[in-house]
Design a protein around this ligand. Structure first.
Ligand SMILES: N[C@@H](CCC(=O)N[C@@H](CS)C(=O)NCC(=O)O)C(=O)O
Length: 210
């Protein structure tokens, strides 16, 4: 019995939350939703009115938005040590990078995938400035440092790391030695490996079922 439910599709940002849940190590139920079908059902729209995954329900609390879910789970299960203590000096950078991932990195990646180029004279009004700025800022943050917010791995590394991984895969982020070293470090964590195996198996099953 568990009061934690995870709404996802294995080919989605839900993979980030699967990794987070595997890091947390608590039992959870999984509900797989189909694109354009169960994801847009009245039942699921009551969970996420956007009709998007991922989402979680913990007791009576519903959380949507991948970065918010990561932050929520890290605080709800402090024994997993995925967030710096509230009030500690690492808490600032922790928030900073979680929000940087959900804001500038996410917007830059979507715009780049859609072929939107920010004109030089409009960079000041666009939250991420330019694609190059975002890549350079991440590169600098990860150069000579193992983790984004202090000496140990946190949910901010998981969230931003997942975005860097996808960015490299889909060409929205350029290769940099700092990104490769960071990804090698965090994606070899046992929870990351488990999460990939679970979702890849679900994808293989979906493909087999047609
Ligand atoms: N801002 C949301 C984005 C969620 C999102 O766009 N999910 C996509 C899959 S990666 C989705 O559910 N798309 C289905 C749809 O919009 O119909 C987050 O960070 O969790």
């Amino acid at each position: 019995m568990t009061d934690l439910t995870f709404y996802t599709n294995p080919m989605s940002r839900g993979r980030i939350i699967r990794w987070m849940l595997e890091e947390v190590g608590q039992p959870y139920n999984t509900e797989i939703l189909g694109y354009g079908t169960s994801m847009k059902s009245a039942q699921y729209l009551a969970i996420n009115p956007m009709g998007k995954v991922p989402a979680i329900k913990h007791g009576d609390t519903v959380v949507t938005e991948s970065a918010a879910i990561c932050a929520y789970l890290a605080d709800a299960f402090p024994q997993a040590k995925l967030a710096p203590a509230s009030g500690s000096k690492e808490r600032g950078p922790y928030y900073r990078w979680l929000f940087y991932g959900a804001g500038p990195v996410e917007a830059m990646a979507s715009n780049h995938a859609l072929g939107v180029v920010i004109p030089d004279d409009k960079r000041g009004m666009v939250g991420y400035g330019s694609r190059q700025d975002v890549i350079d800022v991440l590169d600098k943050a990860l150069s000579g440092r193992d983790y984004l917010a202090g000496p140990s791995f946190t949910a901010a590394d998981l969230y931003v790391g997942a975005q860097i991984g996808w960015g490299l895969q889909f060409g929205t982020i350029d290769k940099r030695p700092s990104f490769e070293a960071f990804l090698a470090r965090i994606t070899s964590r046992p929870a990351a490996v488990r999460a990939r195996e679970i979702d890849d198996k679900l994808i293989a099953e979906q493909q087999k079922a047609g």
